[in-house]
Design a protein around this ligand. Structure first.
Ligand SMILES: Cc1ncc(COP(=O)(O)O)c(C=O)c1O
Length: 289
């Protein structure tokens, strides 16, 4: 069980993994990234994550100097060297080393960084009892400023939102879009249930197109669970019977309190628990078991 960091194809133990202080990824958050995980020792949805990585890079005019297969190979090589039963992978492409000003044109070589470490295990009670959110005072990015659809190293508003939530004794912040609609949490997509229907903000609200979110909607479709995507206001949560969040590292995590008020009866709801079970089966299918 260990941690390995791959920098431009060279593998290092964490204490030897260093990059230049002139990298624009560090100086200006000028980078893109993805987080992947294995399940039962096997990778899944690698293609989806790499497609989103390339899409994020395109969105900030960063030309990735590696091909798809090459990156997949590097991810797997780094994970194998770290030798964990299940692996957490963070892959970052930075703008690279350049002058000490924000103009990226002095950065000639993007840098590849891949972290491989033991997969995150959230406390069991998060799944059995649910987590608490607050509706954050920090808004998600306005798409015309920096599209929330791009997964970049520029996550400072999400950093401020989770810090606010933790200060207030909650687990995460539910962020609103610039125009006041529910968008997503700081590193997860958000769903709530009302009238027996799963509701989740549509991509047009300005959210990251979560790989897990997409698979959850596929699972709902395949199993005849009613769902809709749309624009919802924080007031709509008053009628929520259930809520949950999703991400690659968390899968489906029930939400049982929002801003100090219980969601429904304050316990993970029936539809949420059903979706958690169905999603586990989907994950087994995705890893080929
Ligand atoms: C802002 C944001 N929304 C949603 C997600 C969930 O995306 P995925 O399901 O692809 O992990 C993430 C993942 O980290 C995120 O950063």
């Amino acid at each position: 069980m260990s941690e390995i960091v791959n920098i431009n194809g060279n593998l290092f133990p964490p204490e030897k993994a260093v990059i230049s202080v002139f990298d624009h990824g560090l100086l200006f958050g000028d980078s893109v990234y993805e987080v992947l995980s294995t399940r039962k020792g096997r990778f899944y949805t690698v293609r989806e994550h790499l497609e989103r990585l390339f899409n994020s890079a395109k969105g900030i005019n960063l030309v990735v100097p590696y091909g798809f297969e090459e990156l997949e190979g590097e991810i797997k090589r780094t994970a194998a060297a770290a030798k964990n039963e299940d692996t957490y992978i963070r892959i970052i492409i930075t703008r690279g080393v350049g002058d000490l000003n924000i103009d990226p044109s002095s950065c000639l070589k993007p840098q590849l960084i891949i972290f491989a470490r033991k997969a995150i295990e959230y406390p069991e009670e998060f799944y059995s009892r649910g987590i608490e959110l607050i509706v954050s005072t920090v808004r998600r990015n306005i798409p015309e400023a920096l599209s929330p659809g791009l997964k970049t190293g520029n996550y400072l508003n999400n950093v401020l939102a989770i810090a606010e939530a933790v200060r207030e004794g909650a687990h995460d912040g539910l962020m609103l879009s610039h125009d006041g609609f529910i968008s997503e949490c700081t590193t997860s997509n958000f769903f709530f249930v009302s009238d027996g229907t799963i509701k989740t903000p549509s991509l047009e609200v300005g959210i990251l197109q979560g790989v897990t979110r997409r698979n959850i909607l596929i699972v709902a479709e395949e199993n005849g669970v009613p769902y809709e995507e749309g624009r919802y206001l924080p007031e709509d949560l008053a009628l929520a019977e259930e809520a949950f969040v999703s991400s690659t590292t968390k899968n489906i995590l029930p939400v049982t309190r929002i801003s100090g008020r219980p969601v429904g009866d304050g316990h993970p709801g029936e539809i949420t628990r059903r979706m958690m079970k169905l999603f586990e089966l989907k994950l087994d299918e995705l890893v080929g078991l």
